[in-house]
Design a protein around this ligand. Structure first.
Ligand code: DCM
Ligand code: DCM
Ligand code: ZN
Length: 269
């Protein structure tokens, strides 16, 4: 996701942290503001674009070598490359964030990575190898010639919300929280975290990746990528078809992140 999506995931998560987890996270991040997770949610994207942080670029995705739209699947052994992926990164930073032998700086770094990667895993195209997560799928959205990945990460969410500021993210999060508590997502939210297990991070994060990857076949490119490249403009028909899934995945990411951090605090800290 872009900055709007990551900050929204973070604000949704903040709403579901226990008081004890929240104050632990504020201490780790040295930020007692009301945006302590949102403030660092996109740090990993900034870091990856620096020379010192280039090693972390593969950790933002898992390149599922499946065959959309005919067949979607994630297989950790097949798909997590030698330099690591989002699923191996979840395992590494889930361990490190609770490792009291590490420096305060390393523990804070681990938390910043976790907040970001739980979000990225819910973006279907971050769980897909085809054309590098559809970065290589040329499309037109609202008159711009861009690629399908960036439309999912950034331009479709921004079209929905009308901006990408922290205030925009907070407002989107408020809507999603109300849908989780007593709306569209109320009955599904338990399934979003069912079986999540701090002792089996690879299994858990692979399940999250499989859940989002299945959407590549069913929602992102159900008629294949060529059909999207051939569209005159993805707005409004394609946008209208997929925007509900984008909202669902952001809500899911926030709810999962909160549960994950609550479990980390309860069992590791
Ligand atoms: N990305 C992805 N899968 C890939 C390659 C990249 O999900 N196989 C993501 C990482 C960034 C975005 O796409 O969020 C753009 O990547 P890059 O800057 O490497 O082109
Ligand atoms: N952009 C894009 N697709 C969109 C909107 C914008 O590729 N749907 C690109 C075009 C510009 C950059 O983003 O290079 C900034 O555009 P703007 O300032 O209009 O948001
Ligand atoms: Zn990312």
């Amino acid at each position: 996701w872009g900055v709007l999506g990551h900050a929204t995931v973070a604000y949704v998560a903040q709403n579901y942290l226990s008081a004890a987890t929240a104050s632990w996270a504020q201490g780790v991040l040295a930020d007692t503001s009301t945006s302590y997770l949102a403030n660092i949610a996109s740090w990993a994207d900034t870091y990856r674009s620096t020379t010192a942080g280039a090693w972390s670029a593969p950790l933002h995705f898992i390149d599922a070598e499946d065959n959309p739209p005919t067949s979607c699947s994630v297989n950790y052994a097949r798909d997590c490359g030698a330099t690591g992926c989002s699923v191996s990164a979840m395992a590494n930073y889930t361990q490190r964030v609770g490792d009291g032998r590490l420096s305060a700086a390393n523990i804070a770094e681990a938390l910043r990575f976790l907040v970001h990667f739980v979000g990225d895993i819910t973006q279907p195209l971050h769980d897909e190898a085809f054309e590098a997560g559809a970065n290589g799928v040329a499309v037109t959205f609202m008159g711009f010639s861009d690629n399908l990945h960036s439309d999912w990460d950034t331009y479709m969410p921004e079209e929905l919300i009308g901006g990408s500021s922290l205030a925009d993210a907070k407002s989107w999060a408020t809507t999603l929280i109300s849908e989780i508590n007593s709306g569209t997502y109320e009955s599904a939210k338990a399934s979003w975290i069912a079986g999540d297990d701090i002792g089996n991070v690879v299994t858990t994060a692979t399940r999250w990746a499989s859940d989002a990857n299945a959407l590549v076949c069913s929602v992102v490119m159900p008629k294949g990528a060529a059909a999207l490249t051939a569209e005159k403009d993805l707005y409004p028909t394609y946008y209208d078809d997929v925007i509900g899934t984008i909202e669902l995945q952001i809500a899911k990411g926030g709810y999962r992140l909160a549960n994950w951090l609550n479990m980390i605090f309860e069992t590791e800290v």
